[in-house]
Design a protein around this ligand. Structure first.
Ligand SMILES: [Zn+2]
Length: 336
């Protein structure tokens, strides 16, 4: 999640998330009838709420489908952020609300059942050291910067690649320790990009989803459908991606998947629906999602750039869902 935390989120995103749907004024407004919340802080709340959703869904997809992913790694399941990656406008709120300090990574999301959760870590904990090696706070900078927190996360990833880690962390001003036993997961970060474009993509190392796209998904099941499609591009080895062994990733041989006619997008739709179902999400919402998306955005209503029309994708997903239901009924494994 090491994207630039800018303050320029678009109104469409704010509206779609539902977090701030009632807010039209420019000045501070009361939250829950009491606390005065500045617009910048409202944007931070909306952004981090969406981060937590994406982390929760991404964690379930990546652990449930580890055996199908060509690149795997040891995952703690947490989502980290640091004060230094926020714009000067958002940073003071991030520091106050989350107890962040410089480049030190803080836990922004701890999905239920993840290794971090099982180790007793919570949102708001600030990581100080790993296996006795201190993480660095860095120097204060005026603009958003990533190098420092990236270096800290790199240290954590290398330690996790070797197995369980000892973590020192700060909670409510007290320093404590925990032992985190990572879980096997697909080796791809999921990144939320602040943008008003309805889009998601994958590049061989990461899955990206824009704030607008994540906000458009009405439920975790819909978000899993979108992220599942992008993860499927990795599972299917599309676009000749071969890089691995970065930040503690390892490669593994994965089962050959059943061939599907109709090009890589249709394959990714099919396998993505399986990945969502395997992670326990309701995959039956796929066709309705594509029809809603097609009605909302004319660009996906018609076939273009190798993507079938929204209606064609909805119909194809109806067939895939029937296949998934049949496999479930006959107790066959859900392998695409
Ligand atoms: Zn695709």
């Amino acid at each position: 999640m090491l994207n630039r935390r800018s303050s320029a989120l678009v109104p469409a995103f704010l509206l779609l998330t539902g977090v701030l749907a009632a807010c039209g004024s420019k000045g501070p407004v009361a939250e829950a009838g009491q606390e005065m919340v500045a617009p910048a802080e409202q944007r931070l709340i909306a952004l981090t709420n969406l981060d937590q959703r994406v982390a929760r869904v991404g964690y379930r997809l990546s652990t449930a489908n580890a055996e199908l992913c060509p690149a795997v790694r040891n995952s703690p399941g947490w989502l980290l952020h640091a004060a230094s990656q926020y714009s000067p406008e958002l940073r003071p709120y991030a520091e106050t609300r989350f107890g962040l300090d410089g480049d030190l990574p803080g836990l922004l999301a701890v999905p239920e059942g993840s290794a971090a959760d099982l180790a007793g870590l919570r949102r708001g904990d600030l990581l100080l050291s790993v296996n006795g090696e201190a993480l660095t706070r860095g120097v204060a900078r005026r603009t958003a910067a990533f190098e420092g927190v990236e270096a800290n996360i790199h240290k954590l990833d290398l330690a996790l690649a070797a197995g369980p880690i000892e973590i020192a962390f700060r909670r409510d001003g007290n320093d404590q320790t925990a032992r985190v036993t990572p879980q096997r997961a697909c080796g791809y970060d999921v990144q939320l990009d602040p943008s008003d474009e309805l889009n998601a993509r994958a590049d061989g190392k990461r899955l990206f989803i824009t704030t607008a796209m994540a906000g458009f998904t009405a439920t975790d099941d819909e978000l899993a459908l979108v992220l599942g499609h992008e993860l499927a591009h990795h599972v299917l080895g599309h676009r000749g991606w071969h890089e691995a062994e970065t930040r503690g990733r390892q490669t593994q041989t994965v089962p050959a998947l059943a061939a599907t006619a109709g090009g890589s997008e249709r394959q990714a739709d099919r396998v993505g629906l399986y990945l969502a179902a395997r992670a326990g999400f309701d995959s039956s919402i796929g066709p309705a999602f594509w029809r809603r998306f097609g009605a909302f955005d004319w660009r996906v209503r018609y076939p273009q750039w190798g993507h079938p029309s929204a209606e064609a994708r909805a119909r194809a997903l109806e067939e895939v869902q029937a296949e998934i239901s049949a496999r479930r009924a006959s107790r066959q494994p859900l392998v695409p």
